[in-house]
Design a protein. Structure first.
Length: 328
């Protein structure tokens, strides 16, 4: 764990930025929210920032119902080159995070390390199921009273990233879950659970269901054009419910490339498979049970999104690459 006193004393500014990965999910938002509370208790102010959108399902509902202030990068009015950044639920160099102005001096994450990055302080524990569990541990170790909204956010983040304590769970996740349980607003948790699907999302589910192809124990599906990243992940989890499926590779054709979500019951290491399958054409990585990836378009192709032949060839290549790695 990070020595909070040493970390806070090392900052040259009394205001820092907490950066999540792009299109943050509930675990990333909860982690940033909890960390912001912890830093404030130590006299350090912060702004939570991200790139992308928080307009879908549980992430959007979480921000609104819990009153979390989170700012999209393009809406930032001031961020100097010497700004100090704490990364949560993400690491430098990953495909799902942009390089903002300033210095990433701290990293708190639970994803495997696939590249070499230097931080002044870091706490990276791939064995932990949710980054929110790590932040909760910091808060409890500080002996702080946890406000209801903070506890609710952290509990919900743990629930989502561990699929209700059924996926990638560690003893820390279990311990933090039960410590937070009686402090959280369970009515708001129920409201968040009922705010995960919009009517327009049904089109993505329909596209995925109609496109499912299963080879062995792995199912592949296309959610259609420009599906929000949390929705791609949710559909990947949904397809995992098939009794013939142990692994899923679900993707969406987006404006700048193909976004991919990978899930597994443990018969493969999803993070390693994504990393190997996309080597040379994109990037991928994550946990043993859940991972993601991204393949940018060939810059030589004009208007690739509307080039049906190119998109078909690219998605077929992605599926074949995953199949080759899984079968090897």
């Amino acid at each position: 764990m990070i020595d909070l006193t040493k970390m806070i004393d090392s900052f040259t500014h009394r205001h820092v930025f907490i950066q999540t990965h792009n299109f943050p999910d509930p675990d990333a938002i909860a982690s940033a929210y909890g960390l912001q509370y912890l830093l404030h208790s130590r006299g350090l102010e912060s702004t939570i920032i991200y790139k992308g959108k928080v307009e879908h399902g549980s992430s959007n509902a979480m921000v609104k119902k819990l009153g979390i202030e989170i700012i999209e990068y393009s809406d930032m009015t001031e961020m100097s080159q010497d700004a100090e950044i704490i990364l949560v639920d993400s690491q430098k160099g990953n495909a799902n995070i942009i390089d903002m102005p300033g210095n990433e001096v701290v990293c708190i994450d639970h994803h495997p390390i696939f590249g070499k990055s230097q931080y002044t302080f870091s706490d990276i524990r791939p064995e932990v199921g949710a980054c929110a569990s790590m932040i909760a541990q910091y808060i409890f170790d500080e002996g702080l009273q946890i406000p209801g909204n903070i506890a609710t956010a952290l509990l919900y983040g743990i629930r989502i990233d561990t699929a209700g304590l059924s996926r990638g769970m560690s003893n820390l996740d279990l311990d933090m879950f039960y410590k937070l349980f009686n402090l959280a607003d369970r009515k708001k948790i129920a409201e968040l659970d009922n705010s995960t699907l919009r009517q327009t999302d049904l089109l993505a589910y329909s596209s995925a269901i109609n496109s499912i192809k299963t080879y062995g124990k792995t199912s592949y599906a296309n959610t259609g054009y420009n599906s929000p990243e949390p929705l791609i992940a949710a559909i990947s989890d949904f397809i995992m419910m098939l009794d013939t499926t142990d692994n899923t590779v679900v993707y969406s054709v987006k404006d700048d490339g193909i976004k991919i979500s990978v899930r597994s019951v443990g018969t493969i290491n999803a993070g390693k498979v994504a990393n190997q399958a996309l080597e040379g054409i994109g990037s991928g990585g994550g946990h043993e049970n859940m991972a993601g990836g991204f393949v940018p378009y060939d810059k030589r192709i004009t208007d690739p999104v509307h080039n049906d032949k190119y998109i078909s060839e690219l998605t077929n290549e992605i599926e074949q690459r995953f199949a080759n790695v899984i079968d090897s």
